[in-house]
Design a protein. Structure first.
Length: 453
């Protein structure tokens, strides 16, 4: 008995320690997803190893999805899709307990669907991206959690706006961005949400970007001024401003301005805005790397090759840099080495560019996307089949119950009929008996009367 008690205490302690470890890893993933995404992924790998062989649950689905989201943020699309695929498979194996009944989850996780759309968008498959964003929007529309629902709908609509922008339909894009902004600022419930100020600032930056795409520089500059005023009015509300999303999203505004001036070949103005963005991004390595690629191109364009080379080489030291950013920086180095006639280094750079241009990674991405679409279709089919089986079993159960009730009803009616029949027969016999007795008494009375006479 004592040993059993000790074993129970040990088991309980083990479960509690594991739960605490899982939560610690999840907290670390969320903490470093933007500040140090490589470290966040390492914590994610530790979580995956810890949960191996355990019973799937919603926490596991969310964590796998978050790891995929971080890898997508780093533009490591193939790896991201692997985790999204795993999240879907785990979700399909998770059972929900409701009022004593075991039910399988009925819909795909909306954030996973949304992020699959992001992968399509990044790879310029705008039709499939739009399809996924619309699907995610429908899923968020039936989301029970009101905060998740609002955030999901706003993000889905913003991404739909991105697709319209990529297709050159800037008026539709602008209309959607303003609707998202109005939805954020007009709903008082949003103001109590986490990261409200940073989300509003990001929405303002999106409006800024579409102003620039439409060539309305004056309106864009006015919007930038609004963004500056908003940031100044809200920055004191942040406990750690330098690592806040408010700071990062403020940097996006200047990054957008820098990209615009670069596209217009106004490189000095571009550099001014990109340097401002880099300073704001200093706690966010992915953004620093992306902005650095633009800076190196701008410095090369104005003939400052030493600075361009320094930035490009520094960018390439970033751990897990995406192929796209590698390509940008190698092309800068290629032009510099051609100009300086450094043939040995030029050959190395060309080899690296050839390796990237083979598009092996792109082919893998599209293959994984196709596999993921197949997995989603199979999941939907399995879910539909499961629901059909549930409906069939329900109908069968109802039919059996109804048949049993009908059988007992018929038996009861038959027994009652026989009883009433038997009762009627007895009554008839008693009636005949009474009649006979009455007739006999009548005869006796008649006989007595005759005798008296």
């Amino acid at each position: 008995m004592y040993r059993r008690f000790l074993f129970f205490i040990f088991l309980l302690n083990f479960v509690c320690v594991n739960a605490q470890q899982n939560q610690r890893l999840r907290d670390s993933i969320l903490k470093y997803q933007f500040l140090n995404p490589n470290l966040a992924v390492e914590f994610g790998m530790e979580y995956v190893e810890l949960r191996e062989g355990t019973t799937p649950d919603q926490e596991m689905v969310k964590t796998y999805s978050k790891i995929g989201e971080i890898l997508l943020y780093m533009e490591l699309y193939s790896s991201a899709l692997d985790y999204f695929n795993s999240a879907l498979q785990i979700r399909n194996s998770v059972k929900e307990i409701r009022k004593g009944k075991t039910l399988y989850s009925k819909t795909n996780p909306p954030w996973v669907v949304l992020n699959i759309g992001n992968v399509y968008f990044k790879n310029r498959n705008y039709e499939k991206a739009m399809e996924k964003f619309e699907e995610a929007k429908k899923l968020f529309d039936i989301e029970k959690n009101p905060i998740n629902r609002r955030n999901g709908l706003n993000t889905s609509n913003s991404n739909i706006g991105l697709v319209y922008g990529a297709l050159g339909e800037y008026d539709k894009q602008e209309e959607i961005y303003y609707k998202v902004y109005d939805s954020l600022v007009s709903n008082p419930l949003n103001k109590n949400g986490e990261n409200y100020n940073s989300t509003v600032l990001y929405s303002m930056s999106q409006i800024l970007s579409v102003k620039l795409l439409k060539g309305d520089l004056i309106s864009a500059q006015n919007k930038l001024n609004e963004i500056n005023e908003f940031f100044e009015s809200k920055k004191n509300q942040e406990e750690h401003l330098s690592i806040s999303l408010l700071m990062r999203n403020f940097g996006y505004a200047y990054s957008i301005m820098g990209a615009y001036y670069q596209s217009k070949k106004e490189y000095k103005k571009a550099i001014k805005n990109l340097l401002k963005a880099t300073e704001l991004f200093k706690s966010f390595p992915v953004e620093v790397n992306v902005t650095g690629s633009r800076l190196s191109e701008c410095y090369l364009a104005i003939g400052q090759t030493d600075i361009a080379k320094e930035i490009a080489l520094k960018n390439l030291t970033f751990k897990n840099i995406s192929d796209r950013e590698k390509s940008y920086n190698y092309k800068v180095l290629e032009k510099i080495y051609i100009k300086t006639k450094n043939n040995d280094l030029l050959l190395n750079v060309k080899d690296s560019l050839i390796l990237i241009s083979t598009a092996a990674n792109s082919r893998k991405v599209f293959k994984t996307l196709n596999d993921l679409e197949t997995q989603i279709l199979l999941s939907d089919s399995a879910r539909a089949l499961n629901e059909s089986r549930i409906r069939y079993n329900s109908y069968l159960y109802i039919l059996i119950i109804a048949s049993v009730i009908l059988f007992f009803s018929l038996v009861t009616i038959r027994i009652n009929f026989n009883y009433q029949k038997e009762k009627g027969s007895r009554l008839e016999l008693e009636k005949e008996k009474i009649k006979v007795e009455l007739d006999q008494k009548n005869r006796e009375l008649v006989s007595k009367a005759n005798f008296i006479i």
